[in-house]
Design a protein. Structure first.
Length: 660
């Protein structure tokens, strides 16, 4: 089997570098470039406000993708300059290409403008953020807006949310703050939240811009306290930064706090579900689609939480002009697993006629919802699930399971399936498993310790899905990386006895703290205790919900000794996302093995791969600006602290071999 794996990898290597020198000498690596196709930029992080991540570009296609080569490299400067750093970061950046420029942010919220075809630096703006206490610095991207009047100051704006909870407007042409926005270019997002502790509330995802409004949620630190800052979604005027509306995500039976209330000095409701991932929109129906998390403090939902999970772990449709709720669909009832909807809701037309939106979850569940009503377009079944034995806690009797598409993550795990590379690893993992409470998916947190499978990282995370609207095809990456959760009585936390307190989340205001850790082999090897693949790439037919193909995503390069890991295509835990193109390609990094790949979207065949200097836990983009230009594909490669990938700060652009 190992010989076969090596042979297959060697074949891919030949394709990716266009073969041996003999092939190059015969001209196989210098096919003429077709300049007759379309041009397009990448003006929104999801390519469009519906988040499809689809490009109509065709210059790079199935037949020539093996001729891709690096065109330019840019170092963001957070690490390559050798200056002060703030620990491990997560380079999850998706740049924008619009207004003839490329716009990006670093994990430290420095905003940079580059020339898209050369990587030459135009300007850099440093908001000098306070990084005190920030868990893992990350900035997934910026937003762009252009007004109607060229005479208006800052008529083209870059909007960035920061790790110290500010919303900043920058002139897209000069890199200078827009002075009339907020206070000299900045709005303090902590206003209206009440007490906010250090690094408890901040932005990692760029806001959505619709109807001259900046619409944003925020990250709220997990597991801290019942009265954590509100998870409200708010809209601000693009010109002045004034607060226009606020959606306070309390049940309809509560009195929601409004923008007028906030202006009068009232605070938003604490502990409500937040939206830390990407929002999406639909211009035709004037709706914003919000993926929500669960209420504070995540892993305990007794009387202290009350009924605040009414909108928890859901996709909620809001009116873009008022923030009023049009509909909501809940993917997890009374979530005590941290299975928040991290993925951006993505728009498509179901069977070509019904406006729909995709809700992809950490459980590997995918729901096709009617964009107008929020009703599922394919069968969903409420099934009985395990119940809690924790005193004072309660859990929902049932949970929603999609019948189509069928769940993408394994739904169960037996003791016989517990896995290890060596007999010692397998023994360690089985003994670990035997100490845990596990009754299948939705086994609740317990005093003994619970196996959470899928893990709280997913499944499907913030990278979401990509959609080809021409061929009605969805592509999604997911990881298979189980976690453990253990309920710790408050007395044991205070005494420091009776429990392993590694990975402790305090959950102040409840009777219990909780520990969260990975279910892996012993340190330092730390491989998942479940059989590979540990990462997959899957294609789904959007008309039927059927799985078209699935492939392991990633190899053990950087994870196994002596350079042998690249020959074992077992998939890796991954985070990031894919894009699709009219050239029949899906591009994706995301894996821990440092590779950037292109797959045939029709067959799932791997057509090209390139080893990067760091792992690329980001979503790529592609663009072609002029009729005489090449098509570029760009990926950010800079590692991911929580996954254990070394940090870096590299942006790499690829294009086809040959002269312009």
């Amino acid at each position: 089997m190992q010989t076969l794996l090596m042979q297959n990898n060697n074949n891919r290597l030949v394709r990716s570098v266009c073969g041996a020198l003999l092939l190059a000498a015969l001209g196989a690596c210098s096919k003429p470039i077709d300049y007759s196709g379309p041009t397009s930029d990448w003006s929104v992080i999801g390519k469009d406000i519906g988040g499809q991540r689809y490009s109509e570009l065709t210059q790079i296609d199935r037949n020539n993708v093996d001729q891709l080569e690096p065109a330019w490299t840019y170092h963001l400067g957070d690490f390559s300059t050798g200056g002060e750093t703030h620990g491990a970061t997560a380079l999850q950046l998706t740049p924008l290409v619009v207004n003839g420029s490329m716009y990006l942010c670093t994990p430290y919220n420095r905003v940079i403008s580059l020339a898209p075809e050369t990587g030459q630096e135009n300007w850099v703006y440093d908001p000098a953020v306070d990084l005190s206490g920030v868990y893992t610095p990350a900035c997934r991207g910026v937003s762009f807006w252009q007004g109607n009047s060229e005479k208006e100051a800052c008529n083209k704006r870059i909007i960035v949310g920061t790790l110290d909870a500010r919303l900043i407007a920058i002139d897209a042409d000069t890199g200078k703050p827009c002075d009339a926005f907020g206070q000299h270019g900045s709005v303090d997002l902590k206003q209206g939240l009440g007490e906010v502790r250090i690094a408890e509330y901040y932005l990692t995802s760029p806001p959505l811009i619709m109807n001259n409004k900046i619409i944003t949620g925020a990250f709220v630190q997990d597991g801290q306290r019942t009265d954590a800052p509100s998870g409200a979604v708010r809209a601000f005027d693009i010109h002045s930064g004034a607060l226009l509306w606020a959606w306070d995500p309390v049940p309809p039976t509560h009195n929601a706090v409004t923008a007028a209330d906030i202006r009068a000095g009232k605070h938003l409701t604490p502990g409500t579900p937040n939206a830390w991932g990407l929002l999406s929109g639909d211009a035709e129906s004037n709706r914003v689609f919000v993926p929500t998390g669960n209420p504070a403090p995540d892993h305990y939902g007794g009387n202290e939480r009350g009924d605040l999970d009414f909108y928890g772990s859901s996709v909620v449709a809001l009116n873009a002009d008022t923030g009023e709720v049009d509909w909501s669909f809940q993917t997890v009832h009374h979530d005590v697993w941290d299975y928040d909807v991290a993925a951006q809701p993505v728009s498509f037309d179901f069977k070509g006629t019904t406006p729909a939106v995709i809700a992809a979850t950490k459980m590997g569940h995918v729901f096709f919802l009617d964009r107008k009503t929020g009703k599922s377009l394919l069968p969903v079944e409420e099934r009985a699930v395990p119940q809690t034995a924790v005193e004072g806690e309660f859990t929902s009797a049932t949970q929603p399971f999609p019948i189509k598409p069928e769940p993408l993550h394994p739904a169960s795990l037996s003791r016989d399936e517990i896995w290890g590379i060596t007999p010692g690893d397998k023994k360690y993992c089985r003994e670990f498993f035997d100490r845990l409470n596990y009754e299948g998916i939705f086994t609740p947190p317990s005093y003994e310790g619970t196996l959470a499978y899928p893990g709280l990282g997913g499944g499907i995370n913030w990278g979401s899905v990509s959609v080809d609207p021409v061929n009605d095809r969805m592509v999604v990456n997911l990881q298979i990386a189980p976690f453990t959760m253990k309920v710790v009585p408050r007395a044991d936390v205070q005494s420091g006895s009776g429990s392993d307190l590694v990975g402790l989340a305090p959950q102040e205001g409840t009777p219990y703290a909780v520990t969260r850790n990975v279910f892996t082999t012993a340190y330092p090897n730390m491989k998942p205790c479940v059989p590979p693949p540990w990462g997959k790439l899957v294609s789904i037919d959007l008309n039927t919900g059927d799985i078209v193909w699935e492939r392991p995503l990633g190899n053990l390069n950087t994870l196994a000794p002596f350079g042998l890991g690249r020959f074992f295509n077992w998939g890796t835990p991954n985070t990031g996302g894919s894009i699709q193109t009219a050239g029949g390609l899906a591009f994706i990094g995301a894996t821990m093995d440092n590779y950037f790949r292109a797959f045939d979207t029709g067959t799932g065949d791997l057509l090209w791969e390139h080893e990067l200097p760091y792992s690329a836990h980001a979503t790529p983009i592609t663009y072609r600006l002029n009729k005489d230009s090449k098509q570029f594909v760009v990926i950010a490669a800079g590692g991911h602290g929580p996954l254990g990938s070394p940090p870096g700060d590299t942006l790499i652009a690829f294009t086809l071999k040959g002269k312009d």
